[in-house]
Design a protein around this ligand. Structure first.
Ligand SMILES: [Zn+2]
Length: 475
């Protein structure tokens, strides 16, 4: 049998195509490799944020009441982060209980000058015992996590102070993307209801609306919002900047408010600079206006109200005419009366969008455009002014910095796609959690699961970044 027949037989064999495909399209990019469990463990154990967070947890004082804990707090913070990657508390506990893994973990902890843990690996019940400690300090842990996540993002080249500002060609890493997601409840609603009737375990969950691009679906679960950034499309190269629970029953307004708080925290950090935000339809005029006043460019789809022709202003022009300005589809248009007597809204060509900073630090946004009938360049505010508020005009809802265009070359066309990354993050969350469901019952423990997820994903991003840039390791 010669080589040719051999290989043609191979291609006929079931699945052979796929095997060959691997060789034909072999990727040399190490970032495309799926992480092994040992890598995940190394990533989490070498993540300094774990040890920083653990340092805020109280240590048992000798001579005070209560039992001396078996392990220092970092062991359990690490367990939480590992749970966030492996998807279940018991799986993370099993990994940590493996003698070889535990040796590696202790080695990393020592490198971070963390308190020494005993040679004998912790068992599941040690972590169970410590869950209460993490629950009691969930908010402090989250508060400590946020600035550390922002610092990590700068290490990955995001939210850089020194990056050039470009309103026309923004860098992906200078933008943040946010989204809300509903994680399925740990049990079905019928089960949770039965338990409640029997006076058994209480499940924190509700009927929440998950808003997609075009439609909404109702899900029995718990709603969270996340904010993230990434410098490029390299796999896993993403930092979760913030995560929080969206209080139940407040619907969409609740999510945008939580997200607005997250943006405020990023903006308030003097060590980072954020230039823009991609958010889905949950962001309305008042949220957009809020972010714009912080100097951000906001890319968010328009609503029916934005689409509808609305009168904007009558403009006394240098050309001697009075122009009738309207908004439609988020753009400024000039209303023209045709020979037939019909009216027509002609979109005004845009020259530039820019902002000016007030003494109080807030930004005013302007659009420079030409009125089509005379070609004169005009200027108009885009963010909502005090005057607008007095007359109840939601300017930021009607007039957008950037909108979708037919030629596909606007900032919106080129950059709104970054928002999809939040979908992929939500998918990762769903895929990670055991059974695709939340792995905790109480609200506070659910929040620690989400914190663990953010910690774990960030640890992996940091680990892969170091692997790609070994020279920066000392820094
Ligand atoms: Zn004119």
């Amino acid at each position: 049998m010669n080589r040719t027949t051999n290989s043609s037989k191979l291609t006929q064999a079931y699945g052979a195509q796929r095997i060959q495909q691997r060789d034909l399209h072999r990727r040399n990019c190490p970032d495309e490799l799926t992480l092994l469990e040992i890598d995940t463990l190394e990533a989490v154990a070498s993540h300094e944020v774990i040890y920083h967070l653990a340092a805020i947890l109280p240590v048992h004082e000798p001579g005070t009441p209560g039992r001396r804990p078996h392990y220092p707090p970092w062991v359990h913070v690490l367990h939480k982060a590992l749970t966030g990657v492996l998807g279940s508390h018991s799986k993370a506990a099993r990994a940590m209980a493996h003698p070889a893994y535990w040796r590696s973990i202790r080695h990393h902890a020592a490198a971070h000058h963390a308190p020494k843990a005993q040679r004998k690996p912790p068992q599941r019940w040690h972590h169970n015992y410590a869950q209460q400690l993490l629950d009691d300090h969930a908010n402090e842990l989250l508060n400590a996590f946020r600035p550390l996540a922002r610092r990590l993002s700068t290490e990955l080249g995001c939210l850089a102070q020194t990056a050039p500002v470009s309103h026309t060609n923004p860098a992906r890493g200078q933008y943040v993307v946010g989204d809300g997601t509903v994680v399925a409840a740990p049990v079905r609603k019928a089960t949770a209801d039965r338990w409640a009737e029997d006076g058994g375990r209480r499940v924190h969950a509700g009927i929440e609306v998950q808003n997609g691009e075009s439609d909404s679906e109702f899900r029995y679960g718990i709603k969270f919002a996340m904010l993230a950034t990434r410098p490029n499309a390299i796999r896993n190269n993403r930092v979760i900047l913030d995560v929080d629970a969206v209080p139940a029953g407040k619907g969409y307004g609740g999510e945008a408010r939580i997200a607005t708080d997250m943006i405020d925290r990023v903006v308030a950090d003097p060590d980072v600079r954020c230039d823009g935000l991609c958010y889905d339809g949950a962001f309305r005029g008042k949220h957009i206006d809020h972010a714009m006043k912080h100097g951000l460019t906001v890319l968010s789809p328009i609503h029916d109200g934005t689409r509808k022709p609305t009168t904007l202003a009558r403009l006394d022009c240098a050309c001697g005419e009075v122009h009738d300005l309207w908004t439609q589809d988020g753009r400024i248009c000039e209303r023209q009366i045709l020979d037939t007597g019909d009216t027509h809204l002609q979109p005004c060509p845009t020259a530039k969008i820019y902002s000016r900073r007030n003494a109080d630090g807030n930004h005013r946004w302007y659009i420079e455009f030409a009125t089509p009938t005379c070609g004169t360049v005009q200027r108009e505010r885009i963010d909502t002014t005090d005057d607008d508020r007095k007359r109840g005009y939601n300017r930021a809802e009607h007039l957008r910095q950037h909108v979708k265009t037919e030629d596909g070359d606007s900032v919106y066309d080129r950059c709104y796609g970054w928002r999809e990354d939040s979908e992929s993050l939500n998918n990762t969350l769903d895929r990670t959690l055991y059974g695709g469901r939340m792995i905790a019952y109480s609200a506070v423990r659910q929040l620690t699961v989400m914190l663990g997820f953010a910690l774990g994903r960030n640890a992996i991003a940091a680990y892969l970044h170091r692997r790609r840039h070994p020279d920066e390791r000392a820094a």
